[in-house]
Design a binder for this molecule. Structure first.
Ligand code: NDP
Length: 605
């Protein structure tokens, strides 16, 4: 039964104080610098455990479009381009196959916590109906491969390959693409789809390198050591003392699985997640209305409208995300549309406290030891951290072979030694130490600086942006960088259902490229186009500062530094952004298509 108690003003004040105290207990002066990237001597943590790179000749040819990244973003770009008749599409991917985050994250218990019927793209086009309301990761990875196959993206793809530079060749009016496997090829257009959370990160705990037992990151699961599959059966962990660092969305999924198979599990927690009801179940085509054409598109649009705070009569998905939509989008839509901010904030705080009380009551009901239950209670506003969902997580702590070690007072684990992990002066001896410590934010692709992009006149994209800040039109294109289309949230849109955003971006990229091909043009906005877009973003940017300032530290607020991570997104939400893009394609797309120099010279291509 749901316990929903509406708090009075006194309780609200007590909550505010408690939240402040808990935030201060966790705040660290080193912010995001507390983490260590998985390169150099820690490269072991990022190596691909699933695929041995195939020997192959370096490629030296010409394609129509190079797509950087073979996750859902890159696959959707490829599929939408194919639908527009583009022939030579080359996806370049670091992993050994398609799938992106679903290629890498194969840990036991991995599932998507967004409903499969809205998360999995191109269900209408592939006539596929997911079997579960929340799909196991392996089903999602297979669906990524299914789309890639349907649109024949495999034959030209390069796997286990990293793009190392992109350079615009003025004379050829094409990009030169180089990779770490010695490839140098030419592409008329480049689409970057490098993901937002793709590089595993480690905590900068002293002594990690001294640990004498076995260790790995959850996104590179070592089944050779643990045995078993994503469904469990890890016979290699029988009798072993296993430590897990991290209790985010990944930790919440993997910890109950480890509890089943390991000798003893120590969970090192710094901040507890909010863990709401999962209620996963098998679904039939009938349950989701999959007997009608366009059912998946309709369901996905319905979901996006609800989680974006748009008015919608029906809630087709009806789960923890849609029911908490008003808490997810913080100030949407009333504040965004110029409502009474004070009244909205007051109503929001009451709704938030009621929801968080309900979640804390869930911990109390589920965990038998009161001391452990107390430590598992989250003391911050909903969605300060990525909400998590599980019906097995809290129950795992009722087992005698699972121990919760709270590290908040010491700002996380103090030290790792050859024997194990040190917290509060106690050493927890371990055979295996698993890091569920998440991913660096905004460090993949162009924004990380690891993929240099040289545009007209050899100018580096990040050098230009370093001087003036990011400059784009709609987040996709930039002046001085012709025929380069970026996918991602930068000056674009975002939503919890990110594959929907990626699909709209793919549709847009394909439309731009098809129009440029039809007109013999290059795609390049003017500086005035960029100025107008940046002004539009800044003018209506909602003030989320107060929300992030009051939140417990995490990657949503730059580890407690009080501002949302990264450059801003379109302020009126994803639904409005998609409408804006649709209108722009109809009315204004021609503005950023310029005649190719070769066409102006009368030359052919
Ligand atoms: P997160 O970044 O969300 O969590 C990292 C965890 O490591 C946190 O609990 C963090 O604590 C902890 N941690 C970091 N440093 C230390 C330290 N020094 N000592 C102790 N603990 C430490 O990573 P996840 O992999 O869980 O999730 C990343 C993202 O991936 C999610 O936010 C979500 O977007 C996505 N995801 C989605 C899933 C889905 O079903 N759709 C499933 C899994 C992940 P603290 O909170 O205190 O910083």
């Amino acid at each position: 039964m749901t316990v929903r108690h509406i708090p009075d003003p006194e309780e609200l004040e007590a909550l505010r104080q408690r939240y402040r105290l808990e935030r201060e207990r966790r705040a660290r002066s080193d912010g995001a610098r507390q983490y260590r990237s998985t390169d150099a001597e820690f490269g072991y943590y990022a190596a691909d455990p699933y695929t041995e790179p195939a020997e192959r000749e370096a490629v030296r040819d010409t394609v129509d479009v190079a797509v950087v990244g073979g996750g859902f973003g890159g696959i959707l770009a490829g599929a939408r381009l194919r639908q527009r008749g583009v022939e030579r599409i080359r996806i370049v991917e670091q992993g050994g196959d398609f799938g992106g985050t679903w290629y890498w994250n194969r840990y036991p218990g991995v599932h998507c916590d967004i409903e499969s019927h809205v998360y999995l793209p191109m269900l209408d086009e592939t006539s596929h109906v997911p079997e579960w309301k929340y799909s196991p990761g392996e089903d999602i990875r297979r669906h990524a491969v299914r789309i890639a196959r349907k649109f024949s993206l495999g034959p030209d793809a390069l796997f286990s390959t990293t793009v190392t530079s992109l350079a615009w060749d003025e004379a050829a009016e094409a990009w030169t693409v180089t990779t770490d496997r010695g490839d140098t090829f030419r592409a008329t257009y480049v689409v970057t789809a490098t993901g937002t959370l793709s590089e595993p990160k480690l905590p900068g705990i002293p002594g990690i390198e001294d640990f004498a037992g076995h260790t790995f990151h959850t996104s590179r699961w070592d089944y050779a050591y643990t045995g078993g599959t994503p469904e469990g059966g890890m016979t290699g962990l029988a009798g072993k003392r296993v430590g897990v660092v991290g209790t985010g969305a990944t930790g919440v999924q993997v910890i109950p699985m480890l509890a089943e198979d390991a000798g003893h599990v120590h969970v090192f927690q710094r901040t507890p997640s909010t863990v709401d009801v999962r209620a996963n179940r098998r679904t039939t085509a009938r349950d989701v209305g999959a007997d009608r054409e366009g059912w998946a598109r309709e369901r996905r649009e319905n979901y996006l409208r609800i989680v974006s705070g748009e008015p919608e009569e029906r809630d087709l998905v009806a789960d923890g995300w849609t029911r908490s939509a008003v808490l997810l989008e913080k100030l949407l839509p009333s504040f965004r549309r110029g409502g009474d901010r004070k009244a909205f904030e007051a109503a929001y705080e009451v709704a938030d406290a009621a929801k968080m009380n309900e979640l804390r009551a869930r911990v109390e009901r589920s965990v038998t030891d009161p001391g452990t239950a107390e430590k598992l209670k989250p003391w911050y506003r909903y969605a300060c951290k990525r909400p998590a969902f599980s019906d097995a997580y809290y129950q795992a702590f009722n087992r005698s072979d699972v121990t919760l070690v709270d590290t908040a007072d010491t700002h996380g684990i103090e030290r790792v030694t050859a024997q194990g992990v040190v917290v509060g002066g106690t050493t927890y001896e371990l055979d295996c130490l698993i890091f569920a410590t998440g991913f660096s934010v905004g460090t993949s692709g162009i924004l990380s600086g690891k993929l240099p992009v040289h545009g007209r006149g050899g100018v580096q994209l990040l050098d230009r942006w370093g001087r003036e800040g990011p400059r784009t039109l709609h987040g996709f294109t930039s002046n001085g960088f012709p025929n380069l289309i970026q996918m991602g949230t930068l000056q674009n849109a975002s939503s919890v259902n990110f594959t929907h955003i990626l699909d709209e971006q793919a549709v847009h990229a394909a439309a731009l490229i098809a129009a440029a091909e039809a007109m013999g043009a290059v795609i390049e906005p003017s500086r005035a186009d960029e100025d107008a877009w940046i002004a539009a973003l800044a003018e209506d940017a909602p003030d989320h500062e107060w929300f992030h300032a009051e939140c417990t530290p995490g990657y949503y607020n730059r580890e407690g530094r009080g501002r949302p991570n990264g450059p801003f997104t379109y302020p009126h939400g994803a639904v409005a952004f998609h409408e804006l893009l649709g209108r722009w394609r109809e009315e204004s797309m021609g503005r950023i298509l310029r005649a190719r120099a070769s066409a102006a010279d009368g030359g052919g291509s």
